[in-house]
Design a protein around this ligand. Structure first.
Ligand code: BG6
Length: 505
């Protein structure tokens, strides 16, 4: 890997402490960082290099310091530098250019710079333009890369505008749009499960698959992000990016090669094949909810509307379940169900492929199992792994059938080190590999699917926002969305809710 400097805008913020510095430390410990290497933190707060090292490393509660030798920690901290500027003021960027020049000479990083924007989205357009004013987009000497955090736009129009703005100064191959779900081993493993095995892909189509469901549940609320979340909601926060990326990995056609261009081309094709949910169909296909106060395991949990930074009559959705179809040869008529929510009973992300039941139920007399679908459960987090459920004969008289699991857990792999998503993604941008980053056109395409739903909610306040008690699995209406005799959501654990109501808000 080339020598390089990693510049973090928003260095005093939460993401830097929670994700970026811990990922960089892990990479440093594993000796996978480029050499030479340095980090320049940039933000408004006045810190010296030493004060920044103290905050980002020594006082950072998100670092697993117990596992790290003091000397290693110091060596890592010594790679960190800091430059205070008002990141919203273009006139201050000469300070960044000057500091980079000095550090580059000192560390011998050959003018290779990554600019990581961990800042409020309103700065996504301006910071790259200010950098360009200082010629920090110029690749004549050394390469320059830009990493943009989510949310990338708030609808299709704003995503197009942002893409256009970025591309005024940076080439597409310099822009890395992060979606941390793509950095998860288990999300990448979806491609390996499908395309490295001979047994799954022949069944992976409308002839054998009954429906696909994806759940991304969280038991936490909005924590200290109420202000952001209230303008975003679950559809923008989780579905437009993370869940649609999982859908793409599950449903795309096999790419010709495992390189960035081929994989991203297939994903784009897939997004373009998702049948749009039209504004007048939203009530039929999409259920939105918001958590209400409840007692969970004896403890009172606030309603969403009581959270800090949230409007008292907020209509932001903290839960979404939806049904949609993919109009292509492989998936015609196969329903996809996806759901996500805050304050559900547990933290789990999984995809479940439900296979059709056999055409003739031979053992119907003896067991109700015949009514069940074989499921391939792909656990993305936690307890990462795969389980295949199928019917087995219960020993003894007759033909009684029982559901059993054939499972694989990543934790069973000895010597296997499963890196955090951010470690993988940071390493990839350092190498210049964009495979696990979202391309501009597919981000726009994902917004195109989500936009009519957002518009329908905005224009028709009568479209129901269902209340669901914190600690429950969300509005009952979501069960009706998927429900039939044979089918219901697979619940990875039972509801913890002890009270609360399911009324519409
Ligand atoms: C983030 C969302 O992108 O993903 C958060 O903004 C959410 O609201 C988080 O909590 C979930 O990520 P993970 O990796 O914990 O499933």
């Amino acid at each position: 890997m080339n020598p390089q400097l990693f510049v973090i805008f928003g260095a005093s913020g939460d993401l830097t402490a929670r994700k970026l510095i811990p990922a960089l430390l892990e990479l440093f410990k594993n000796k996978t960082l480029p050499k030479p290497f340095g980090v320049l933190g940039v933000s408004r707060t006045e810190y010296s290099d030493e004060a920044f090292r103290k905050k980002a490393v020594y006082d950072n509660e998100h670092l697993k310091k117990k596992d790290v030798d003091q000397a290693v920690l110091k060596e890592f901290a010594d790679h960190l530098f800091y430059q205070p500027i008002d990141t919203g003021d273009g006139k201050e960027y000469h300070k960044v250019a000057k500091r980079l020049d000095e550090l580059d000479k000192k560390l011998q990083t050959n003018n290779n710079y990554i600019f990581y924007l961990s800042v409020p989205p309103k700065l996504y357009e301006t910071i790259p333009a200010f950098l360009a004013n200082q010629k920090l987009n110029n690749q004549k000497q050394g390469w320059k890369r830009l990493v943009i955090e989510k949310p990338f736009g708030s609808d299709k129009e704003s995503a197009i505008l942002l893409n256009d703005k970025l591309q005024e100064n940076f080439e597409e191959n310099q822009i890395f749009r992060i979606d941390h779900y793509l950095g998860k081993e288990t999300v990448q493993n979806l491609l390996v499960t499908r395309f490295a095995n001979g047994i799954f892909e022949p069944l992976w189509n409308r002839n054998y698959i009954h429906h696909i469901e994806i759940t991304a549940a969280e038991n936490i609320g909005v924590e200290n992000r109420g202000g952001y979340y209230d303008t975003s909601g679950a559809l923008r926060d989780m579905i437009q990016n993370h869940l649609l990326q999982i859908v793409a990995h599950l449903a795309m056609e096999p790419p010709n090669n495992a390189d960035a261009q081929s994989i991203r081309n297939e994903k784009l094709k897939l997004f373009q094949s998702i049948r749009p949910i039209l504004e007048h169909e939203v009530s039929k296909y999409v259920i939105r909810g918001q958590y209400t106060g409840a007692k969970v395991e004896g403890k009172k949990v606030n309603a969403y509307r009581e959270e800090d930074g949230v409007g008292k009559d907020s209509r932001a959705e903290t839960y979404v379940a939806m049904k949609f179809f993919i109009d292509n040869w492989r998936w015609a008529d196969v329903p996809f169900f996806i759901r996500t929510g805050k304050r559900l009973p547990t933290k789990v992300t999984e995809a479940v492929v439900n296979f059709k039941s056999p055409p003739h139920h031979l053992f119907r007399k003896d067991d109700s199992f015949n009514n069940k679908l074989n499921q391939l459960i792909i656990r993305i987090n936690p307890d990462e792994g795969l389980a295949l459920q199928f019917g087995m004969k219960i020993p003894g008289a007759g033909f009684r059938v029982k559901n059993v699991d054939m499972d694989f857990h990543y934790s069973d792999l000895t010597n296997a080190y499963v890196p955090e998503a951010y470690q993988r993604l940071l390493l990839d941008v350092m190498k210049g590999d964009a495979t696990l980053y979202s391309r501009g056109d597919s981000v726009e395409s994902a917004w195109e699917f989500v936009d009519p739903i957002l518009n329908a909610w905005e224009k028709n306040p009568d479209l129901k926002l269902y209340g669901y008690p914190a600690g429950s699995w969300g509005p009952r209406e979501a069960d009706l969305l998927i429900g039939s005799d044979q089918v219901s959501w697979r619940n990875p654990c039972s509801s913890l809710a002890t009270d609360g109501a399911f009324e519409a808000l």
